[in-house]
Each structure stands twice: as C-alpha cells, then as structure tokens.
Design a protein around this ligand. Sequence first.
Ligand code: CP3
Length: 320
Amino acid sequence: MRQAGRYLPEYRRVRERFSFLDLCRNSEAAAEVTVTSARRIGADAAIVFADILLPLVPMGVGLHFEAGEGPCIERPVRDTAAVAALQPVDVRDALAFVGESVRLCRAELGEALPVIGFAGAPFTVGSYAIEGGSSRTFVTTKTFMYAQPAAWDDLMTRIATVTIEYLRMQIDNGAAAVQLFDSWVGCLSPADYERYALPHVRRIVDAIRPSAPIIYFGTMTSGLLPQLRATGADVIGLDWRVDLKDAWDALGGDVAVQGNLDPVRLLGDAQGVRDAARDILTRVGARPGHIFNLGHGVLPSTPVDNVLALIEAVHEYRHD
Ligand code: CP3
C-alpha cells in the first residue's frame, strides 16, 4: 500500500515534474513509477499508480490535492439536489488513462509480476465527497446517511456503478486482481454497515468476481468481521489492530486474508522489522491463503532500507 509513494526518492524525483493528479493522468509516467517502485522494493505484485478519488472528477465535484493537506473536494455533496446533479460517467472515456496505465504496466512486467488494479468502495469515496476532504469522525457523512437515507442510497448506487465499470476496465487492460479500498468503513456499527454499506459492496463484488479475484480492505474493522465476510470478497485485508489469526478464525476457513503489519514498525530498526514480520508469519503458520502486506499505507518518512528488509524477511521466512 502506497508502494509508489513519497518514501521513495525515485518517486519524489518524478513528482517534481508533475502534480499528483497530473501524474495519475499521464499513463506513461504513472506506469513508470508503478514498475520502478515494485522492482525497487522486490514486491511480488505491482499496484497501479492512481487514486481512489479519480472517479469523483468526471462525476463533477471538483478535486484538487493541497500540499500537506490531502484531497480537497470543491463542491461537497450534502443534499438530494447535489446527488442528483452528479454526472453519469463514461469510464472508458473519462478514466481511460487508468486503463492505459494498467496496460503499460502489464506490457512492461509481462508474466514476471502481476498488476493489481484498485478502486475505492462507495462508503469511503462517498465520505470524501460529503466531507469535502479527509475526516477523523465522519460526522458530516454519517449525519447525511441517517438524515437522508434515500439520497445516501442514490449516492452509493452511483459510486458503485462507476466503480464496477472502473474495475472492469482495469481488468480488461491486464489487472490480475483488484483491491477495493474501504479505508474508513470501520467507523460504522455492524447494523449500520449492513444497512448503508454492505449492499453496495456486495453489488461490486458480485459484478467483479467472475472476472478477477477481489481483495476488500478496511481499517478498524474488528467489530465487522461477519459483515466483511458477507461481502463475498475473495480476500479480506486487515489492519494491525486485530490479531491476524483470531480475525481469520472469525472470518472462517474459505476466505483468504491480507495484512497486517503496523506501518509504524517500518520506522524502527531493521531487526525489529524482521521480528515483526516473523511474528505475523508465525500466526499464519502453514495455513494457505495469506497475502503479506502492511495494515495500511507506507508512511512518507519510512526508510527504504526497512521496506527492503521487510520484503527480504517475508521471502525468507515463508520457506521455513
Ligand atoms: O499503493 C500504491 O502505490 C498505489 C497508489 C495509491 C495511491 N492512493 C496513490 C497516492 C493507492 C492504492 C491509493 C489509495 C487511496 N487514496 C486511499 C485508500 C488507501 C488508504 O490510504 O486508506 C485513499 C483514502 C486515498 C485518498 C488519498 N490520496 C489521500 C487521503 C491522499 C493524501 C494522503 C497523503 O499522505 O498526503 C492521497 C494522495 C496520494 N495517493 C499519494 C499517493 C502516492 C500521495 C501523493 C503525493 O503527495 O505525492
């Protein structure tokens, strides 16, 4: 997660020439940072360089990124009229550059490294559209959800419709698997998840699963494990706040899991990184169906050497 990001000097050099959004829109440059980053750290897959908020641009809300402040939505969506005013999106036209980035990555990497495509899940993308940017409490999002349930369902349905086409386009261009990021859905109660988020995630999973495996990721989801399982996703991505084995037992045997190293571990010394990796792999044991990953994105201040130490350790221990 954030495989190509500010922790890598190679990425920062390319970013000097492009704004973040321009880099996403320039398929050659986006593919270059994807491929360079995956090769540089020795990962087993490359995740295409793009962003979960890109589909909001053709929907018409206005998006820019402010240095140090993250995403900013210029016209937040807070009522029925604003939802109704969202534009339908011809994904293969408006977001063709992401399909092209996937295609270029695939052409460069061939069979050597699979390319992972991704999108944001409706709750998490919708939270940015409603809040106007990042949030800690999601008060505006949840107030909208409770007070205007019909408008909420309309918004979620529209985002899910675009997301399905967006993921299909990435699969058609060579993505071997896709990840659906629902980073902030852990702020919902189980009952609210079932009412307000699950139907839309299920719709996406049902539409995508026939063509590619789908990984569903969220943070702070320890209270939602039965609901995560009910999405039908092939793989559930977990953050570090849960014990991997306990969460996996609760999810059940026929689902794979991804995770779940605390990214802050990578800010310590290399031996601590190796120990933490071994600890997770010990919890997994011989059980098949685990994808090693961080529990959330690489932090910009992460030393590259620690990422290399982590990947080396995972590759070494998994053969034990
Ligand atoms: O992992 C990868 O290399 C793939 C690329 C990727 C990015 N964003 C690039 C990016 C992926 C998979 C994402 C997903 C994403 N984007 C999520 C879900 C995962 C998560 O972190 O929870 C979310 C919530 C977003 C929205 C977003 N994009 C935010 C909140 C920010 C600001 C974050 C920050 O640290 O400044 C971004 C910008 C962003 N997306 C960067 C990158 C590499 C940093 C851009 C830069 O300044 O160069």
